[in-house]
Design a protein around this ligand. Structure first.
Ligand code: BG6
Length: 487
């Protein structure tokens, strides 16, 4: 990917966790790779926890360097990367300080990108302060998730930001959309004629999408306890994956063609019936347990979490899409913290043969299945039945594997690297449009409301397991089960 588009990348929250772990390392990778970032491009970090550029660079050396290049840092590239960095000390509570930012960037070249790696409560004040010094013109603004807490608060932010920036200037990040395997899902579906005719209700019995994590809430107990898995993972990452799995073929890959099709799926989600919620939604919370042989504490004892918290760390849902292609096909979504494995995958269960001329073994579960593993180890695995060697006609499940690392020698690009390059180059396709975000909130909100109103605690599960038994029971009602294979 070559670019000659120059840029000034202003990073609010320059000493925050996200800047340290993701944003600055991603910019460094793009810099190190050569040819991806214009030589004249500058990074202007904004923070108040450093006195001046010298102190900020020291912080970058201490805190960011350990997060770049797992295979060791290229020192020459690292020092030339540091030369790109400028620093402005701003107290975000003090709008007058923005004059300092205006002066700092006024002679810097190229398109201006303002990346708000801050809490959402600062989005509107920062945008207003940028506008007050004229910095909103011809600029791009990047908003991190969570963008609001519910439909109302997300609309309030979008309305206020929308008064200052036009929709084409706004880049709402969902980092799952930047993951290479998610891109590959588009390639699989729309680059091959083989799958598309089968990708519909006549041939598909059910679809599962799992994002399972071994990690707990880490240092974010306070944030997480006010958020929960439905807001943290379902409203955004899982519904985005679902919309890509289920969307109609877009006319082209331009940003609005793709986003229009995703939006149609989000708008076709069957609303959850509050009276029926127990049958289609399971919420859980982890108790003490063990992950890969190490004891881990209960969620309610994590720092920042209220001891009697009823926040969910696990969600499983049965979702239906009310359109011609998918009517009647259940989509099972699941995500959770402290589960048995770290895995993100999509499982497409095709229908069994209509008549079993080959005997009962031809109806075995586990065949006729496509598993698209997004992480770790991106693979696509097609399960089918084959005859077991020997006498008689006994069928066994076998699989065809596509392991991407065997085909492509170049490593995958990190999600943040791709997304930041897209912002700099003005490509919006992998960012969430306002109407998509609203549709997702609109669908999720009745679940949140019902859970709140019912006041029932989440179902317990031991850390290191696959979540509450009710999540398996929900699938059993449909004659299926979650795919849970060892990595
Ligand atoms: C973030 C969530 O959006 O995604 C985190 O806030 C979660 O809670 C993370 O851990 C998972 O992302 P990944 O890329 O590690 O699967």
């Amino acid at each position: 990917m070559q670019t000659d588009s120059s840029f000034t990348f202003v990073l609010f929250g320059g000493t925050g966790d996200l800047s340290m772990r993701k944003i600055l390392p991603a910019l460094f990778e793009a810099h190190r790779a050569g040819g991806m970032l214009a030589d004249s491009g500058k990074i202007v970090a904004v923070a108040r926890h450093a006195a001046d550029r010298g102190e900020y660079i020291q912080w970058v050396n201490e805190h960011v360097k350990p997060h770049v290049s797992k295979n060791g840092v290229d020192e020459t590239a690292w020092s030339s990367f540091l030369e790109r960095i400028e620093f402005v000390k701003i107290d975000l509570g003090n709008p007058e300080d923005f004059a300092l930012l205006r002066d700092a960037v006024k002679d810097l070249p190229g398109i201006r990108v303002f990346y708000l790696a801050t809490g959402p409560s600062l989005f509107v004040p920062i945008c207003r302060a940028l506008a007050s010094v004229g910095l909103n013109e011809n600029a791009r603004i990047v908003l991190e998730k969570p963008l609001g807490y519910d439909l109302k608060s997300s609309n309030a932010i979008n309305d206020a930001v929308g008064e200052i920036f036009a929709e084409e200037q706004i880049y709402r990040i969902d980092h799952y959309l930047g993951k290479e395997p998610v891109q590959n899902l588009l390639a699989l579906r729309f680059g091959n004629a083989l799958f598309e005719p089968l990708w519909r209700r006549e041939w598909v019995e059910s679809i599962q999408i799992t994002i399972a994590e071994e990690l707990g809430v880490e240092a974010r107990g306070d944030f997480y306890d006010n958020t929960g898995a439905l807001r943290d993972m379902v409203q955004n990452h899982l519904l985005q994956l679902l919309s890509i799995v289920a969307m109609e073929p877009p006319h082209s890959m331009d940003s609005d063609s793709v986003r229009d099709e995703k939006l149609r799926v989000l708008r076709a989600l069957k609303p959850i019936d509050p009276l029926n919620i127990g049958k289609v939604a399971v919420r859980g919370q982890y108790h003490a347990g063990g992950i890969r042989g190490n004891a881990v504490p209960a969620y309610a004892t994590e720092p920042g979490v209220k001891p009697n918290s009823t926040t969910e760390t696990f969600v499983a849902l049965k979702v239906e899409i009310e359109n011609w292609r998918w009517a009647g096909v259940p989509f099972f979504l699941r995500t959770g913290k402290r589960l048995a494995d770290r895995v993100a995958e999509i499982v497409v269960n095709f229908r069994a043969v209509p008549h079993s001329a080959l005997g009962a073994s031809a109806l075995r579960a586990g065949a006729n299945r496509l598993v698209i593993r997004l992480q770790p180890n991106e693979t696509i695995r097609l399960y089918c039945l084959a005859k077991q060697p020997g006498e008689g006609m006994n069928l066994a499940s076998v699989h065809l594997d596509l392991a991407f690392d065997q085909f492509f020698r170049e490593g995958q690009m990190e999600a943040y690297q791709r997304l930041l390059l897209d912002v700099i180059n003005g490509r919006l396709a992998l960012f969430v449009r306002r109407d998509e975000q609203e549709a997702a909130w609109r669908w999720v909100e009745p679940i949140l409301n019902e859970w709140k109103a019912s006041n029932k605690p989440p179902k317990p599960y031991a850390a290191g397991t696959w979540g509450p038994a009710a999540a398996s029971a929900m699938l059993a009602q449909h004659g299926t089960c979650w795919l849970e294979e060892e990595n």
